[in-house]
Design a protein around this ligand. Structure first.
Ligand SMILES: *[C@@H]1O[C@H](CO)[C@@H](O)[C@H](O)[C@H]1NC(C)=O
Ligand SMILES: *[C@@H]1O[C@H](CO)[C@@H](O)[C@H](O)[C@H]1NC(C)=O
Ligand SMILES: *[C@@H]1O[C@H](CO)[C@@H](O)[C@H](O)[C@H]1NC(C)=O
Ligand SMILES: *[C@@H]1O[C@H](CO)[C@@H](O)[C@H](O)[C@H]1NC(C)=O
Ligand SMILES: *[C@@H]1O[C@H](CO)[C@@H](O)[C@H](O)[C@H]1NC(C)=O
Ligand SMILES: *[C@@H]1O[C@H](CO)[C@@H](O)[C@H](O)[C@H]1NC(C)=O
Ligand SMILES: *[C@@H]1O[C@H](CO)[C@@H](O)[C@H](O)[C@H]1NC(C)=O
Ligand SMILES: *[C@@H]1O[C@H](CO)[C@@H](O)[C@H](O)[C@H]1NC(C)=O
Ligand SMILES: CC(=O)N[C@H]1CO[C@H](CO)[C@@H](O)[C@@H]1O
Length: 546
């Protein structure tokens, strides 16, 4: 972990502040700080949770007009922090996240003054029955829910043409590495907020890549855990077969810490009842030598020989280079190690996302809405939501975002008790896991799969319900022509935009996968090789608020 001593600022604080810091204090740079640095600093009395919240709120207000990463901040955050500080002084430490401010995606329910809307006006002012399961676990571990992060509205499930990171309530989220750059999505604000230090860490949700994709493009670490390790209760649903919640962090060790807290069985989400008996201590797997003696598979055809992928050549150059870095860190590379479902022509041809997502969404969103205690807009099912958007077109269907085609497809599905649907669910698991990830690992005797995160990498893991992690790898070269998309409002690709390396593992093998990703991160530290552009870089540091 990088300890960046901000000596001038720290000395300035010692001279000017009324508080006298212990002599050994080095205030961490909030742009790159790890959770451990923040916890250690609070424990040593160098700064408080109140200081952290003040600094993060100031950083959000510095850059949010530029990036639209945060939809709402928590009006109670400072009071919560003050209570946690008092408790610390009294020797009461709630858990490993005591006093750690986090942003969470706006589709994760918080039973506090903040709204939970998936970015949509249809849910504004709705009252959730309770915190989402992951939120209550974070609060019990001492975390401060600092705010709600912007996202692709409805986790990118409304139209097929909507812009990454756009929501009606939050506007267009932008990438901090290039002005008006594309964030990918759908957990766009969670990734942006983490990348530039608007929070200590964030939560996103992932159905088909929504944690890993924005983490990739924002130069941060993201893990989509095995479907079923983490409860989705209280998360605005898309598809129960593929929805998960995962941490987006600057460092692997932070993700291990957060994942350890949010994992576990929950009777409100029966997918979690199928998980192994014991949640692994993910932090025990953080070993810099973890790649020694391991074998990694490269299923080239997933990202080079099908029409869904449009990998920029510069990504494949950097990917090929990093295979050398992985080998230097002790891994054996099997390349190519093609995926049987791809060789059989099943992937992506036979994936039935329209039917599975459509059928699930119609059922699952109704269940979510049924649980709400109050819904001022009066929406109770998908048909109401479609109509709400038509009735409020100026807000929800502006000229650049007129699309609700996926919802229209979902609206005509007729329930989960349908053999065509059930066959599609089964085929998706078969393609992604049985004849996909597991078959590849078995066939070539590999410990994990590695791929560039850009491409259709994330889909295969999401289909199979298997864990996937992205770690910063490199950046689009300065010579990349900035290409405008979405009628000229967003740019991708563009110079300096980051991209990541994905590790994919077996179902429930998240802990070992985290170990491999940690060893790669520590052995390369590619995150430190580029920085957000000036206007997207918040300047407030702890010393400024103390
Ligand atoms: C939540 O939405 C309501 C409008 O229904 C608004 O008055 C309130 O300020 C919002 N809460 C926060 C924390 O922004
Ligand atoms: C969860 O419960 C539903 C309804 O009771 C059932 O249809 C489904 O098979 C269960 N799923 C799992 C993974 O246990
Ligand atoms: C792939 O794309 C090319 C060019 O757009 C097209 O000619 C070809 O038919 C596509 N192949 C498949 C299998 O969809
Ligand atoms: C990467 O390596 C593969 C396998 O050796 C090779 O086929 C491919 O052309 C390389 N790509 C680039 C961009 O160097
Ligand atoms: C996969 O798709 C192809 C082409 O549409 C079709 O012929 C084949 O029957 C499908 N296979 C399965 C297992 O559904
Ligand atoms: C959605 O389906 C309902 C029937 O379930 C129908 O009444 C409604 O018109 C449909 N909405 C749209 C926008 O097609
Ligand atoms: C797209 O951009 C063109 C040219 O700037 C403009 O005329 C058009 O109105 C825009 N379309 C939308 C839907 O905003
Ligand atoms: C099952 O779903 C398919 C696809 O939506 C639909 O065509 C079919 O009519 C449904 N079958 C029944 C029995 O409802
Ligand atoms: C906290 C914050 O800055 N929220 C803003 C998010 O974006 C919307 C739309 O641009 C603004 O109205 C909010 O003030």
């Amino acid at each position: 972990m990088r300890l960046l001593a901000l000596l001038p600022l720290a000395l300035g604080a010692l001279v000017s502040a009324t508080r006298v810091l212990p002599r050994h204090c080095v205030l961490p740079d909030l742009y790159d700080a790890s959770i451990k640095e923040l916890s250690d600093g609070m424990e040593a009395g160098c700064f408080t949770a109140v200081d952290l919240v003040k600094a993060y709120l100031a950083r959000i207000s510095e850059v949010n007009a530029e990036l639209n990463a945060v939809i709402e901040t928590n009006p109670d955050a400072l009071d919560i922090a003050a209570q946690l500080d008092k408790d610390r002084v009294a020797g009461i430490i709630w858990g490993p996240l005591h006093g750690i401010p986090m942003l969470v995606k706006d589709n994760i329910a918080t039973a506090d003054k903040m709204n939970t809307t998936a970015g949509s006006y249809a849910l504004l002012g709705s009252i959730v029955p309770r915190d989402a399961a992951v939120i209550s676990k974070l609060r019990k571990a001492g975390a401060i829910i600092l705010g709600k992060a912007n996202l692709s509205e409805w986790a990118n499930y409304r139209g097929s043409l909507t812009s990454n990171g756009w929501s009606a309530r939050g506007g267009q989220t932008y990438n901090p590495y290039y002005p008006k750059g594309d964030t990918w999505g759908s957990s766009s604000g969670s990734a942006v907020g983490t990348a530039i230090g608007l929070c200590a860490a964030a939560l996103g949700s992932d159905t088909g890549g929504s944690v890993v994709c924005p983490a990739d493009r924002q130069n941060v670490f993201g893990i989509r855990p095995t479907t079923g390790w983490v409860s989705r209760a209280g998360v605005v649903p898309l598809s129960e077969h593929q929805d998960t919640v995962g941490p987006i962090t600057r460092w692997a060790a932070d993700a291990a810490l957060v994942l350890e807290i949010i994992s576990g069985p929950d009777y409100r989400d029966n997918y979690t009842l199928a998980q192994p008996d014991v949640v692994p201590r993910y932090t025990y797997y953080l070993d810099e030598q973890a790649l020694q003696g391991k074998t990694l598979c490269v299923p080239r055809k997933v990202f080079t020989e099908n029409n869904v992928t449009h990998n920029d050549p510069s990504i494949n150059v950097e990917f090929n280079k990093t295979l050398g870095e992985l080998a230097n860190l002790g891994a054996t590379i099997v390349d190519p190690a093609d995926m049987p479902s791809v060789l059989d022509g099943l992937y992506p041809a036979n994936v039935s996302t329209v039917l599975v997502f459509g059928t699930d969404f119609k059922v699952d969103i109704k269940n979510y809405l049924d649980e709400l205690l109050s819904i001022p807009t009066g929406v109770h099912d998908l048909a109401d939501l479609l109509q709400f958007n038509l009735d409020n077109a100026a807000l929800e269907l502006p000229p650049l975002e007129p699309d609700q085609t996926r919802w229209l497809q979902a609206n005509v599905t007729n329930g989960q008790d349908n053999s065509t649907y059930l066959a599609a669910v089964w085929l998706d698991y078969y393609i992604g896991r049985v004849n996909g990830i597991h078959a590849t690992l078995d066939k070539y005797n590999c410990d994990a799969i590695v791929l560039p995160t850009e491409g259709v990498t994330t889909t295969i893991a999401a289909l199979g319900g298997c864990p996937i992690i992205t770690v910063p790898l490199s950046y689009y070269p300065d010579s990349t022509p900035a290409t405008s998309t979405h009628n000229g409002t967003v740019f991708f690709p563009a110079p300096g935009i980051p991209f990541g390396l994905s590790f994919i593992g077996r179902q429930w093998d998240d802990a070992n996968l985290l170990g491999l990703a940690y060893a790669y991160e520590q052995g390369t530290k590619h995150r430190l090789e580029n920085h957000a552009y000036e206007k997207a870089t918040p300047k407030t540091q702890l010393a400024d608020v103390m």
